[in-house]
Design a protein around this ligand. Sequence first.
Ligand SMILES: [Zn+2]
Ligand SMILES: [Zn+2]
Length: 224
Amino acid sequence: MLDCSAAAATRMAANYLDWPNLDAIWISHFHLDHCGGLSPFLAGTKHTDSMKERKKPLRIFGPSGLEHLLAKFDDVNNYRLLEQPFPIEVIEIEAQEKFEILPGVEVVAMSTPHTDESHAIHIRDIDGKTMVYSADTGFSEAVGTFASQVDLFILECTFVRDKPVQKHLELAEAMIMIRQAQPRRAMLTHFHPEWDDVNFAEEVAKFDPLCEVIEAADGSHLDV
Ligand SMILES: [Zn+2]
Ligand SMILES: [Zn+2]
């Protein structure tokens, strides 16, 4: 699972995902729309009958400070969220340090211009399929290069145009980064409400993209 918003647990259930067997969670940074669902999810796994038989570990990966964050969530009411029927491992990663997020699945993270701890990740599957998930980022040619030739480039596109902050992207910037990366397919996500009244396909077509650019939606399902 790539980031864990408040809605993540209910979304997994609503989409019939096999959440009791989730192997790994990646937390890109500590804004609540990316990590605020960790506590409710872990409270759920701790008390759900279907988890009592689970033996395999759940690994939670993220930037430096992740352990501290979880400890703070715990402290609110001595929840002991990391005491589960199965082992939990919290693993803090460094930028550019290659690690295995699942057996045979290699990941490298890189820092993004969003918060001090924010990272994008590059995932290489056991059969060579690749994906980059930018999470939140300001404009960054380095992130575009990081996503070079991947099968799927999932990129934030918070604003349509005239963005009010530097630490997120607007469509024109996202399209530059996609053009730079030349992925097989791209998917834009993390839309602020101003997108609600915008025709996504029309706006994207203005940039004459070189690959399919998909509009992420709740419950979207695609194979890499
Ligand atoms: Zn953020
Ligand atoms: Zn965000």
